[in-house]
Design a protein around this ligand. Structure first.
Ligand code: NAD
Ligand code: IPM
Ligand code: MN
Length: 350
């Protein structure tokens, strides 16, 4: 059985994933690592953004780590064959419904944030994004021609009780091991799914998690509060689309989108899907200057959540912290290191 399946993907994906491989080979030489084409690269080579064989390999690995997918060269590929569609298929097939996106401020980076130091020093905030439902997958969807001319685009936001409950449960469980507070973000003031979301979270809280502090927050207000006073948050659970947007905002609090890892988890015992939250960054791809820390920290999460090696995860986390403490900075963090040099800096501290 493969321990870690790497899906480097497109753009800066292969650049940052290469640093994960170096770190993994040093810290855990016993791990078996395999690799598959993914995203635009897979489309170019195999006609689909993810092959059935790659999906099967992902489902039978202990953990999957993806770099990034997408890019302008595939913008006109059919919707169901675009690189992003491969990622959505993989998330569905792996049934990884809970996406943990931790926004954590490393002390040495407090000045790299766009917010003032006192607002983010000590920030440790976890977004739990629902990942396999909502408007990303709801039917009907499509663009149709209207008889009188013009076209009509449709997306459908849909959630069931079970989908909301299982992701909310993950948030409550996480909060119990942290500062015991959950914010649930939706738009119950305008959306039916938002109203159901609020009711289901409220019921679950009353039935099983009354010991955890729960606050409901409208998603637009959540966006504002994240950039105003992010330290008020411990765990925030939200739907697929809001979670996508709010986690990019939270990422910038930490200094750069290149810092934020994620873990997508399904039922216990099934493999997790680990991905930096950033994309393929076409504007810097090929220049060798991408920050590999979001990918390296995604591997840290894989060690912790899927590979049963919390000891190694702790060591890797400390090495990243020490590298930053020693001044390691890629351009997104205001420095001039290359991707490989940042990898070197972490390896040197391991
Ligand atoms: P992006 O995240 O790729 O880039 C946004 C900005 O952040 C760019 O200026 C980029 O240079 C910078 N950035 C991102 N990661 C960085 C890193 N590691 N180091 C330094 N700078 C970094 O978002 P985008 O430009 O909106 O999207 C580009 C493509 O990526 C699109 O095709 C999109 O669909 C795809 N995408 C994929 C994923 C994924 O694979 N998980 C996530 C987001 C976007
Ligand atoms: C992310 C990305 C993806 C998403 C895209 C590439 C499908 O933005 O992982 O944050 O929207 O989920
Ligand atoms: Mn995103």
């Amino acid at each position: 059985m493969t321990d870690l399946l790497l899906l480097p993907g497109d753009g800066i994906g292969p650049e940052v994933t290469a640093q994960v491989r170096r770190v993994a080979e040093k810290i855990a030489p016993d791990l078996t690592i395999d690799e598959r084409d993914f995203g635009g690269l897979s489309y170019d080579r195999h006609g689909v953004p993810v092959t059935d064989e790659a999906v099967a390999a992902a489902k039978s690995a202990r953990a999957v780590l993806m770099g990034a997918v997408g890019g302008p060269q595939w913008a006109s590929a059919p919707r169901d064959r675009r690189p992003e569609a491969g990622l959505l298929r993989l998330r569905t097939e792996m049934a990884v419904f809970a996406n943990l996106r931790p926004a954590l401020c490393f002390l040495p980076l407090a000045d790299a944030s766009s917010l003032k130091r006192d607002r983010i020093e000590g920030l440790d905030f976890m977004i739990v994004r629902e990942l396999t439902g909502g408007v990303y997958f709801g039917q009907p969807r499509g663009i149709e021609d209207l008889p009188g001319g013009g076209r009509r685009g449709v997306d459908t936001q849909v959630y069931t009780t079970a989908e909301i409950e299982r992701v909310a449960r993950v948030a409550f469980e996480l909060a119990r091991g942290r500062r015991n507070k959950v914010h649930s973000a939706e738009k119950s003031n305008v959306m039916e799914t938002g109203l159901l979301w609020r009711q289901v979270v409220t019921d679950l809280h009353r039935r099983e998690y009354a010991d955890v502090e729960l606050e409901h927050i409208l998603a637009d207000n959540a966006a504002m509060q994240i950039v105003k006073a992010p330290k008020q948050f411990d765990v925030m659970v939200t739907d697929n689309l809001f979670g996508d947007i709010l986690s990019d905002a939270a990422a910038q609090l930490t200094g750069s989108l290149g810092m934020l890892p994620s873990a997508a988890l399904g039922v216990p015992g099934s493999p997790g899907l680990y991905e930096p939250i950033h994309g393929s960054a076409p504007d810097i791809a090929g220049k060798g200057i991408a920050n590999p820390l979001a990918a390296i920290l995604s591997f840290e999460m894989a060690l912790r959540w899927s590979l049963g090696r919390a000891d190694l995860a702790d060591a890797l986390f400390k090495a990243v912290e020490a590298a930053l403490e020693a001044g390691a900075r890629t351009p997104d963090l205001g420095g001039s290191m290359t991707t490989v040099q940042m990898g070197d800096a972490v390896l040197a501290k391991l």
